[in-house]
Design a protein around this ligand. Structure first.
Ligand code: 13P
Ligand code: SF4
Length: 395
């Protein structure tokens, strides 16, 4: 099978960030952060846990460590709070006394934390190469070009942009500038309801699956109400008529982790484990979400398992670090938790934040050296904040 065939069959677009090349100097832009100034401890250093604890203790209240649910166990143990992207954005904003916010997550999350915290607070991402392939699928230039296409089709005035948290600060700023809001997987329904109270159509960026799943499952639209705008094709691959007829204009982006689950994953697990409950993240394809029993954000997944009765069986369609942690946590309560697919499925960029990088970041801060700061420029920040605050104010 050729690479082109594989891409076509998997419905995968080439991304500007070729993750497999990281560290080989083939793409200096995407390799930013692979080398850390100073000494990055060796992963085999037996004192890493102690070193992280000591540096954190030395920093005291000056540091606040946030950990997304997809982070490794070795990192999560040092998080002051854990959560999904919505909860972490709120938690960062609620900690004005912390001088340093160390974000154990990915780049777009650290940007959002910088936007929502005060100018005196510094947000640090322990490895700058912790990006997100989905966020990279919508660039500012592509989105500006899309807006021109919508303008030419005579519909831009009716369109409200709704951007998933998993997008760059530039895309969030575009959204704010054009009267739109940000959403996360836990408030996408409310965000879409708000957007349709403001306009007739939504441009949903950059995750087509979250957009489609929310529109069809939660808002009762049909698949025909949705069109997919492909930034790699002239006019997004759509005619002006198709754009005028659509209610949801979905950006052609996806999560490379959740996109790997398919209908076979659901059918197989139901055959293997009779009575199993299938619980998946809304970044999964529509066919997977339609075949599942429950759908929701990482925070929803955890709460559902907490409330589940002993003896129940669960197949979870989300990132593997979280599923493994949940399987261990709930085993003692007699709840069986398995991964939805047999294929191992870590998020490679979430996994870039490991204990050596965390130790390096904390020790640098404790020694008075500010490293890997994520800082969004003022103009971008102002418009992006507008869009984020619209999200935080959603009913
Ligand atoms: P949530 O944490 O909002 O569920 O999002 C999942 C995800 O893919 C984060 O990158
Ligand atoms: Fe991006 Fe998917 Fe990884 Fe989340 S899990 S950071 S959406 S690639």
């Amino acid at each position: 099978m050729t690479t082109a065939q594989t891409r076509q069959e998997l419905d995968v677009q080439p991304t500007p960030l070729a993750l497999l090349l990281l560290g080989r100097e083939a793409d200096p832009r995407s390799e930013r952060g692979v080398e850390c100034p100073g000494d990055l401890p060796l992963p085999s250093d037996p004192d890493l846990v102690e070193r992280a604890r000591a540096a954190k203790e030395k920093l005291g209240d000056k540091v606040f460590v946030l950990g997304h649910h997809y982070q490794r166990d070795e990192v999560i143990q040092f998080a002051d709070v854990t959560g999904d992207s919505f909860k972490l954005a709120r938690d960062a904003a609620a900690r004005p006394e912390a001088e340093y916010i160390v974000f154990c997550g990915v780049h777009f999350m650290a940007e959002s934390a910088d936007i929502l915290t005060s100018d005196d607070q510094k947000v640090v991402l322990p490895d700058l190469a912790a990006g997100c392939s989905m966020a990279d699928m919508a660039t500012a230039e592509q989105v500006a070009e899309c807006w021109d296409v919508l303008t030419e089709a005579g519909i831009a005035e009716q369109v409200v942009p709704v951007s998933y948290m998993n997008s760059s600060a530039d895309i969030k700023a575009f959204t704010g500038k054009h009267g739109g809001t940000i959403c996360t997987s836990s408030n996408a329904k409310r965000a879409l309801e708000w957007a349709f109270s403001q306009g007739e159509k939504v441009l949903f960026l950059p995750d087509q699956h979250l957009g489609r799943n929310t529109a069809v499952r939660d808002l009762g639209m049909t698949l025909e109400d949705c069109v997919v705008y492909n930034p790699h094709k002239p006019n997004g691959g759509l005619t002006a008529e198709q754009l005028r007829d659509a209610k949801m204009i979905l950006w052609r982006g996806h999560c490379s982790v959740h996109g790997r689950f398919n209908l076979d994953s659901v059918n197989d697990v139901r055959e293997r484990i009779p009575g199993v409950n299938v619980l998946v993240h809304p970044e999964c394809k529509h066919e997977v979400v339609s075949a599942a029993d429950y759908v929701g954000s990482t925070e929803y997944i955890i709460k559902t398992l907490e409330a589940a009765p002993a003896g129940s069986k669960w197949a979870i369609g989300t990132e593997l670090n979280l599923v493994r942690r949940l399987a261990n946590r709930f085993a003692d309560e007699g709840k069986e938790v398995v991964f939805l697919d047999r294929t191992v499925c870590f998020c490679s960029t979430m996994n870039r934040i490991d204990l050596p990088h965390l130790v390096w970041a904390l020790e640098s801060l404790a020694d008075g050296s500010l490293v890997n700061r994520i800082e969004v420029d003022k103009e971008t920040e102002a418009f992006a904040k507008l869009a984020l605050e619209r999200m935080l104010a959603l009913p």
